[in-house]
Ligand binder design. Structure first.
Ligand SMILES: Cc1cc2nc3c(=O)[nH]c(=O)nc-3n(C[C@H](O)[C@H](O)[C@H](O)COP(=O)(O)O)c2cc1C
Length: 209
């Protein structure tokens, strides 16, 4: 494939085991910069990144371990208010990934549009308010993907981890942040090789002419 960017996009895989080799600060700066260059609605740049290495990184694992004891952190369905089954079943596995990784980038939402949406516990939220939040999250997803691709472009491995969420309250306190925690990305040198993932064009894409 001649187009390198397409090659990076199509060969990126989530990596969940890393060698002991450390990622440099320079590499992490480049990865974070790629995150900041993501598109966002009205160029609002809803993200805030915390880049962690060494002992500070492992404090994230401790936060998750602590807060996992608190069952309240498991999100509930909008329709029936029941806990979403299996949502954090892989969290213990993800704690190990964090500890083995060389760095973790935490992505926060500054809630520039939705302003306090994440704190609106028990309040009725209408579809337009929800849309302001969705627009922010779309930008944050682009930021996350740029981070994953920038890591891949440096022959590093990375995985996005929603499993960090159970530690969100403690993590916010730890870094004295008011922003909403969204996702963590663990980064390191891959301990194994990956193959391209199968994609299902028939089911997931419709061409109309
Ligand atoms: C928003 C989001 C959250 C994710 N959370 C986790 C996670 O908590 N733990 C994990 O091991 N992988 C997580 N992943 C990685 C997915 O499992 C992975 O992207 C998917 O299985 C497809 O595999 P691939 O990335 O290798 O193509 C997450 C991915 C996304 C985009």
């Amino acid at each position: 494939m001649r187009n390198k960017l397409l090659q990076f996009i199509n060969t990126r895989r989530s990596i969940r085991s890393f060698t002991k080799r450390k990622v440099t600060k320079k590499q992490l700066e480049q990865i974070a910069e790629a995150g900041l260059r993501a598109p966002s609605s009205k160029n609002a740049q809803p993200w805030y990144l915390v880049v962690l290495q060494g002992k500070e990184k492992n404090r994230i694992a401790d936060c998750i371990r602590d807060d996992m004891k608190n069952y309240d952190c498991v999100p509930t369905n909008v329709t029936d208010g029941k806990k979403i089954k299996g949502m954090f079943d892989s969290t213990n596995e993800s704690i190990k990934i964090i500890e083995e990784s060389s760095a973790v980038i935490l992505i926060f939402n500054r809630e520039v549009y939705s302003q306090g949406f994440s704190e609106a516990k028990g309040k009725r939220i209408d579809a337009r308010q929800l849309y302001t939040y969705a627009v922010e999250v779309l930008g944050l997803g682009a930021c996350m993907q740029n981070i994953l691709l920038a890591a891949h472009a440096q022959n590093l491995g990375a995985v996005a981890m929603a499993d960090v969420y159970p530690g969100a309250v403690k993590i916010k306190k730890l870094f004295k942040l008011e922003y909403q925690f969204m996702i963590g990305v663990a980064i390191g040198y891959p301990a194994y090789k990956t193959k391209k993932r199968e994609v299902n064009f028939k089911k997931l894409v419709k061409f109309v002419e």
